[in-house]
Design a binder for this molecule. Structure first.
Ligand code: URA
Length: 480
């Protein structure tokens, strides 16, 4: 299994506190770090010492270790995994590469949410204003798009003028005035994760349990949270498709967070088909605004409410699930979350008029309709394939330097289980030119599977894994 060795004895081994004595970027005698033997050792299933990991990561941050060597090392990790000690050390290094925030003096519980990555996953754009309206505070650092999945950062950037390069003072001001902030990794906040994230995106090295766990937990630890709820995706569009692998990722992240003093829990949510109807940055912002107006697609609303409920409980803002969910639903229904969203856009320098007039968002010049060619039911809508299609339209990156087109994407008018009559509108493609629109429309016809009978319903929120369950499980049993 590709995740072999990913989670051996995660709490069993402490990082060696003496290891920095070796010095970060060179061996003891001052010779430059020799990276190929480290790559080869990981390739062959060996373990790196804490000082070696530090040297590799510090060297990469200082641009002494080039991308090609780090990419080879990351690929070796994809196959060989990390030991617990390596995972803890790697994560600590990501955290320590920048500031670790604390929010003494800022009122309200500071909560975090992070998704392991999905297609059409605009949950954070809705959830953050909902929980802010409930009195919680969310200092959120998100990532840009990763492989076939979209990133909250790219979606936020689709809002004209909105700035995501936030420093601590910006985040504190936003927490006080709005209740949440959404920024990205910067030169001062988990810069190492920012660099590695961009490299993994384009080198086929995202799908690694320990690399995902470290990347996510490092950001959440550095955010200075009181409580964290992880949205671990399961299904074709998730990085770890199967439920067992997703559950293991959840347990590893919860235990890793605990190592850094952060209490976390996880919901496993379905990513067999895209979440909501819109896939593509500006299109997803538009759908998020619709959802904040109380007109969101049922699956998106369900995931938002489930996470808001858990966050309110985890933060101690509510004692019971029912009232927590009712408060979250009220924030969507009464416009208070929408009002927070507008303040957030303005607070980060964006054009707040997009809230009332989403036509101010970037729009693609070509919009092509895709229609059903037969009667029946939508039986398959593979999230990964839809995500890859949007990358090909220009909504994601193929190289580190690619600029994404915020306007492109697809809107799925029918989802799995919906009845279809020949000629019904299946989807609209939003493209930069006619050739791209034609290619995407033809591909969508293939991606949308139909059948005579409705497919079995898939539960959206599949499982909750609490801190106790994660602590109780013996991860060594999975040692490959
Ligand atoms: N989200 C992250 O922040 N990092 C990953 O590696 C995957 C999803």
């Amino acid at each position: 299994m590709a995740l072999r060795g990913a989670s051996r004895n995660i709490l069993g081994v402490s990082p060696d506190p003496q290891s920095r004595a070796y010095g970060p970027r060179a061996s003891r005698d001052g010779t430059p770090l020799h990276v190929p033997p480290l790559i080869a050792r990981k390739r062959d299933g060996g373990e790196l010492a804490p000082a070696e990991l530090d040297a590799l990561l510090d060297g990469y941050l200082a641009e002494a270790v080039p991308d090609y060597q780090m990419a080879a090392f990351l690929m070796a990790v994809c196959f060989r995994g990390f030991t617990d000690a390596e995972l803890v050390r790697w994560t600590a290094r990501l955290v320590d590469s920048g500031e670790r925030w604390s929010w003494n003096g800022v009122p309200g519980p500071k909560v975090g949410k992070h998704s392991t990555g999905g297609v059409g996953d605009k949950v954070s754009l809705v959830l953050a204003p909902v929980v802010a309206a409930m009195g919680l505070r969310m200092p959120k650092v998100s990532g840009r798009g990763l492989a076939h999945t979209g990133g909250t950062l790219d979606k936020a950037r689709a809002i004209p003028g909105l700035r995501v390069n936030l420093d601590r003072a910006d985040v504190e001001r936003l927490l006080r005035e709005v209740g949440f902030a959404i920024g990205g990794q910067t030169a001062r906040f988990t810069p190492l994760d920012g660099r590695l994230y961009a490299l993994r995106d384009v080198t086929g090295t995202v799908e690694s349990l320990p690399l995902i766990a470290a990347s996510i937990i490092a950001k959440k630890v550095a955010e200075g949270l009181d409580a964290l709820v992880l949205d671990v995706k399961v299904g074709s569009g998730a990085f770890l498709a199967g439920e067992e692998a997703a559950a293991e990722l959840a347990r590893v992240m919860i235990r890793l967070a605990a190592r850094f003093g952060l209490r976390a829990e996880a919901l496993l949510t379905s990513m067999e088909e895209p979440l909501g109807r819109a896939v593509g940055n500006a299109l997803e912002v538009r759908e998020a605004i619709e959802t904040l107006r109380g007109r969101g697609p049922a699956d998106l609303v369900e995931v938002v409410l489930a996470l808001a409920e858990r966050l309110a409980l985890a933060a101690g803002a509510e004692r019971d699930a029912e009232p927590a969910r009712r408060r979250a639903a009220a924030a969507l229904a009464d416009g208070s979350a929408l009002e927070r969203f507008g303040r957030w856009v303005a607070g980060q320098g964006g054009d707040p008029a997009v809230v009332d007039d989403p036509s101010r968002l970037p729009a693609a010049p070509v919009v092509r309709e895709v229609r059903a060619t037969a009667d029946g039911f939508v039986s398959r809508l593979d999230a990964r394939e839809v995500g890859l299609l949007v990358v090909r339209l220009g909504g994601g990156r193929r190289t580190k330097a690619d600029r994404i087109d915020p306007a492109v994407g697809v809107v799925l008018e029918r989802k799995c289980g919906d009845r279809l009559a020949r000629g019904d509108l299946l989807a609209t493609v939003h493209a930069a030119d006619s050739a791209a629109a034609d290619a995407a429309a033809a591909e969508l016809e293939r991606i949308v599977g139909t059948s005579g009978d409705p497919p079995p319903a898939v539960p959206l929120v599949r499982l909750r894994i609490g801190a106790e369950a994660a602590a109780a499980c013996d991860l060594r049993a999975d040692d490959g």
